[in-house]
Design a protein around this ligand. Structure first.
Ligand SMILES: Cc1cc2nc3c(=O)[nH]c(=O)nc-3n(C[C@H](O)[C@H](O)[C@H](O)COP(=O)(O)OP(=O)(O)OC[C@H]3O[C@@H](n4cnc5c(N)ncnc54)[C@H](O)[C@@H]3O)c2cc1C
Length: 500
């Protein structure tokens, strides 16, 4: 039976107008694919959305994010002990001038927590040389604020008596590096979009610090050998598992991580990543590892170990490429980099005072730091929680795994041990050579190229912010929306600082 003329006509009109309707109601949207859901990938998604809205002409694009694990956050992760206690297993502390982290915390309604060993609000420090404590500060078990203040003053005096005015020179070195780093929060008007890490570091006056090692930088700044061998080494071993041979910049960042006012996020720093992803309209693929990225005509084709294939106009790698097996076609070229492995071991039990040549557990400092001595089996041991005098939870950082026999010699009682082997951060080696932000001269980007400058949550966010601006200007041909929050953010700096 022939269809009536009117309905044939209607169908024809519909068919003819279909491409038009499609084009109008759903303009073809580009896809930005992000590999990695740590703070780098999540803040990239956030800044891409922030800088392309609320501008109605803003770039329209979808974001797909791939995470090989079942949870987001990467190196921001917590560990659960059988007691029900939850501790930071990876990135744990933030600096009072980590303004993006502060911004995210506020935006996501997260709660700032000032870290303290719950054993005391001012943990005692001991510097261990594998035979004896070469230096110890006082501990304070009192909850009374005035007692804590007195102990804190006494400890400052003890530290000053040992290291003298060199401490002020160290402080000046750190503050100068922080001052330069703050330039990355300047508004877009005054801050270029950087196409390379070198350019980004030179603009902020930080590049030279990556060309020499920390030991030389600090000697030139007039620090005493004792301060370098002891306190500075203790800090670089705790924060980067490495010696004074790290670059001056990584060293300055590490030393900044021992300043006053450090903080973290109640419930876990990983919530920054999950919150940013949730509010950035991201198509998140958990348990999906990307094994290859190929440029095929106009697209990047991302293939996953699940056998899926995704087309993206822009691809961003937000994970260190040093220990992952992603095949690139055409191949990319980046400088060889080794990751420093840090073994984080969480132990519930009690330390053995005899191991430290002491008579009682109470004599062992709550934070045991170490100096560079060959074969010293750990970098640091700190009390995370004091359940009672003979039952505590400790965190140990070491360069090699802590096996059972070793733990049995250090602990007189051990109820539980959880071990995590982190491919933690670059093994810093000045002069640093940086991988490109743009891996292929097209639209394949690499956030973690910046990690050779320093590896922190904040530096990942700063690098990701720059990559977001690069993507928006290079691919979408638009300068990032000037109505970004950064304008008001710059003036918020002091408020955030005061909030803490
Ligand atoms: C023990 C330790 C302590 C630290 N302490 C601090 C600290 O106190 N303060 C601080 O600021 N920083 C600290 N850091 C450094 C900080 O954790 C990192 O600099 C930061 O978290 C890096 O974030 P990212 O997003 O760049 O990378 P990551 O957090 O490593 O995220 C990358 C993500 O990509 C995923 N991935 C990798 N390959 C693939 C693939 N092929 N397909 C899909 N997904 C993939 C990974 O699973 C991971 O989730 C510490 C790190 C460690 C390990």
């Amino acid at each position: 039976m022939r269809p009536p003329l009117a309905s044939t006509f209607t169908v024809l009109i519909c068919l003819l107008s279909l491409p038009l309707l499609t084009a109008h109601s759903s303009p073809s949207r580009a896809t930005v694919c992000i590999v990695g859901s740590g703070i780098g990938g999540s803040s990239l998604a956030h800044f891409l959305r922030l800088y392309s809205s609320p501008n109605p002409d803003g770039a329209a694009f979808d974001i797909r994010m791939f995470e090989r694990n079942g949870v987001v956050g990467g190196r921001m992760a917590t560990v659960d002990l059988s007691s029900g206690d939850v501790f930071e297993a990876g990135a744990s502390i933030l600096h009072p001038k980590n303004f993006y982290a502060l911004k995210f915390t506020k935006l996501l309604n997260l709660t700032v927590k000032e870290p303290s060993s719950s054993s005391s609000s001012s943990p005692s420090l001991g510097i261990w040389d594998d035979q004896k404590f070469v230096f110890k500060t006082l501990g304070c078990k009192s909850d009374l604020p005035f007692v804590q203040k007195i102990v804190s003053y006494a400890n400052s005096l003890l530290v000053f008596l040992r290291y003298g005015f060199s401490l002020l020179k160290m402080e000046r070195f750190v503050q100068s590096a922080i001052g330069n780093f703050l330039k990355y929060y300047e508004s877009h008007e005054f801050r270029p979009i950087f196409e390379s890490v070198d350019e980004m570091l030179k603009w902020a006056g930080l590049y030279n610090l990556t060309t020499t090692n920390l030991g030389l930088e600090l000697s030139d700044a007039g620090l005493s050998p004792l301060l370098l061998q002891e306190l500075v080494t203790v800090i670089t071993r705790i924060n980067y598992g490495q010696s004074l041979a790290i670059s001056g910049l990584a060293g300055a960042v590490s030393l900044a991580g021992a300043e006053e006012g450090l903080w973290s996020i109640k419930g876990g720093n990983w919530q920054m990543a999950s919150g940013l992803i949730n509010r950035s309209n991201v198509d998140l693929h958990l348990h999906e590892e990307i094994e290859s990225i190929s440029f095929v005509e106009k697209y990047y084709e991302l293939n996953s170990t699940k056998g899926n294939s995704y087309k993206c106009e822009v691809a961003v790698v937000a994970t260190p490429l040093d220990e992952v097996n992603i095949r690139f076609t055409p191949p990319i070229s980046i400088p060889k980099r080794r990751l420093q492995h840090t073994h984080a071991t969480f132990v519930r039990g009690v330390l053995n005072p005899e191991y430290f040549g002491l008579k009682a557990v109470s004599e062992i400092p709550e934070l045991v730091g170490t100096i560079e001595v060959p074969d010293l089996p750990f970098s640091s041991i700190s009390v995370l929680k004091r359940h009672d005098e003979k039952d505590m939870t400790y965190k140990i950082f070491s360069r090699k795994p802590m096996d059972g026999a070793l733990l049995d010699s250090i602990f007189s009682l051990r109820k539980e041990a959880i071990r995590i082997d982190w491919g933690a951060y670059p093994h810093y080696n000045a002069p640093e050579v940086f991988a490109p932000f743009i891996l292929d001269a097209r639209h394949l980007y690499y956030v973690n190229a910046f990690e050779n400058a320093a590896s922190t949550m904040e530096t990942s966010a700063v690098a990701a912010e720059n990559i977001a601006r690069l993507v928006l200007s290079r691919f979408f041909g638009k300068p990032p929306s000037s109505s970004s929050n950064l304008g008001s953010f710059a003036s918020d700096k002091e408020t955030f600082h005061a909030d803490l």
